[in-house]
Ligand binder design. Structure first.
Ligand code: UT7
Length: 350
């Protein structure tokens, strides 16, 4: 390549970043296992024993990905002492925003009055928040943003088949947000990001949108609606395969995250794994040989169920609120799920 004659302008960012504030939105409606077991021929005991889940929050009609994200973000901004005008990047991680386009993030920015922000959605399912945190960290260090809102939000009740025995009990609704900005010392480590598309269909929408259109064209032509056809695709999962993948392939990633962050398990105060199943959390803690003093997030799976992209920030926000994660503590965050995709990093608790 010949030498450039006209230099292109480049930005220089901040050396270090940190989470400056956290906020969450937990829908008011609590749905215990007893309300959903009949449709899946299950029991409260079975669900608790196999997953740890006792109840979940399900959003109301006025609680959308956008409104829940905005609500969590307002709390995070207040917690960080940052105004909406200071935010120049909004990333919404979600797999349940019901609009293919427009993305949720520009609408969230608008709702907040974040008029100076770039805004886009990121789709990495249960790894979405940790992926988005890595992207925001990179953007601030590269100079393309200064204050980012990183949001995980899900409304699974819109994509839930109440008769699916594997998923009807497992997913819940909610949102949480982190404000990420410049810091005097490293508050977010280098991240581990990974994906294995060979397992892509293990957690997937039951039909893609072109198939939905095809099905309705068939119905229009024949005038007959197949009895087993749902009008809307739900999110399905090969539960046992995903479970095996999580305990065998994801547990070693905890050590990879520690190594990448340049810390040891002894340095950690908090471990916030994706809240997928309490048995997966326990297996990870055991395999990673985490010392006794490490506080492990395992309450959100019990009363929020699996909230995919929202699960890690919801669990972290709760530990901070309850005083179990203290300012300055090192917390290992880790998300994994559909894609298959995974991500994690060590952060300093704000
Ligand atoms: O967030 C993304 C990542 N997601 C995850 O990591 C979730 C991973 N998967 C799981 O957490 C578990 O696979 C589930 C909690 C979804 C299911 O637990 P499992 O221990 O894997 O159950 P299974 O599907 O292997 O079923 C065990 C038994 C079967 O009966 P038999 O064949 O042993 O007689 C099922 O028919 O339980 C039966 N079963 C149920 N029974 C009552 C399956 N679903 C249900 C149900 N209620 N809902």
């Amino acid at each position: 390549m010949s030498e450039p004659t006209t230099p292109l302008a480049q930005r220089r960012g901040h050396e270090f970043t940190a989470i400056l504030g956290l906020g969450d939105h937990r829908p008011e409606r609590i749905v215990p296992n007893s309300e959903i077991v009949e449709a899946i021929d299950s029991s409260d005991e079975w669900i608790k024993e196999r997953s740890g889940i006792a109840s979940r929050r399900l959003a109301g009609p006025d609680e959308t990905i956008v409104t829940m994200s905005a609500s969590a973000s307002r709390a995070a901004l207040e917690n960080a002492g940052i105004t909406p005008e200071q935010v120049d990047l909004v990333i919404v991680a979600s797999v349940t925003h019901p609009w293919q386009t427009p993305a949720a993030a520009p609408m969230v920015a608008d709702a907040l009055g974040a008029t100076n922000a770039a805004a886009y959605d990121l789709g990495a399912a249960c790894a979405g928040f940790c992926y988005a945190l890595a992207v925001a960290d990179d953007a601030i260090r590269a100079g393309s943003a200064t204050h980012a809102l990183v949001i995980g939000a899900e409304k699974f009740s819109d994509f839930r088949d109440p008769h699916d025995r594997t998923t009807a009990f497992i997913f819940g609704d909610g949102a949480a947000a982190a404000v990420v900005g410049p810091a005097d010392s490293p508050g977010i480590s280098a991240s581990v990001l990974g994906a294995d598309g060979t397992g892509a269909m293990q957690i997937a929408q039951t039909r893609d949108w072109t198939r939905v259109r095809h099905d309705w064209e068939q119905i229009a032509a024949s005038g007959e609606v197949p009895a087993d056809l749902s009008p809307f695709p739900s999110i399905g999962m090969e539960g046992p395969s995903v479970f095996r993948w999580a305990v065998t392939k994801m547990a070693p990633v905890v050590q990879q995250i520690l190594d990448t962050a340049g810390v040891t398990a002894d340095d950690l105060a908090v471990f916030v794994p994706h809240q997928a199943n309490v048995r997966i959390i326990d297996a990870m803690v055991k395999r990673a040989h985490l010392p006794e003093h490490v506080v492990v997030a395992r309450d959100d799976i019990v009363d929020m169920a699996n909230t995919s992209a929202a699960s890690v920030p919801l669990a972290l926000t709760r530990l901070v609120r309850e005083g179990r994660a203290k300012s300055g503590d090192l917390a290992l965050l880790m998300g994994f799920g559909a894609g298959l995709a995974w991500a994690g990093q060590v952060v300093r608790v704000p």
